[in-house]
Design a protein around this ligand. Sequence first.
Ligand SMILES: [Zn+2]
Ligand SMILES: [Zn+2]
Length: 331
Amino acid sequence: MSDIQLADPFKDLTRKCPQLGEILSFGRELLTELKQIRPAIDIEPFKPTPDLLKIKLKDGFPLLDKSRIDLPINQFIEILKGISVFFAQKRAALKPAILELVEKINNHKFDMQGLTRLILNQAACNKKETLTIDSAADERKDLNRTSNVKCLHNDDAKANYNTREKEQNPPVLLTILIWISLKPFGHSFGEALNPIFQSQQGLPPWHQSYCPVCGSSPQLAYIIGEEGQRHLICSWCDSSWAFPRIQCPCCQNIDQDTLKYFYLDDEKELKGKDRVAVCMKCKRYLKTIDLRKYEEENTRDLQMEDLSTIHLDLLAEREGYERIARSIFLF
Ligand SMILES: [Zn+2]
Ligand SMILES: [Zn+2]
């Protein structure tokens, strides 16, 4: 497996692309806002018995079924409204649309429980999944068959979305705001359930490329330890799990000749501490942070890392690759 070095088109992101600098600073503020919400989240995660845990892990089923998840919906709506106000304050151009949305939410124009399940199933899945309600179901089924279990319940979630008396196609802006507002809930589920999975002895090992806690696709990977073990990080609940380095987490390709890393030219001396693992077979990529090359390896904020390496996303996309799962910012 040889690496590919590329010239960095975004050496000084802020200088060369002021818009990107603005996105970075807005993103940082949003992440800080979301972190402040976390302690207030009130969830009661399902606690599997040891026997059920064994069966689920052995058969490759995640602990949570996102299509049937019950969020504390009133608390979710309050958080969603708070995030909406944050956006309206920071992005004046969105303010009228956001105020209109908040009014509709207050007037119960959306089936929020159904909508959150649907968005959760789509946004935290393979990025090719679409975020619109009326998307091509057949295409989704194909993706489900060829990828993995993570999207199996999309159609269930769609069927559960109550469209009879509610607005059928929620605006894209609402979809984005819901996905962002779901993130602190995911983190809480991960925090509650990931330790059970990691500390229980005698459990079947998890070899899947989707999250053992919630079944979502990986958002990032990091490399840690003397042997350079790769861990994938869930795009919804932030759980992490070990996964082979020479295997594509999207199509499971294990052919060394078609699995490569991109890293930037000027990081040669750092041997690519932030890089992009690409699969030439399915044309997907996963940003990879080599924590061994950072001094304080355990204190890295991986969401912040994803945001601050947005130039690697641009680079990978320029080379014709697509992310496996969306970031919190939906890029
Ligand atoms: Zn997860
Ligand atoms: Zn692949």
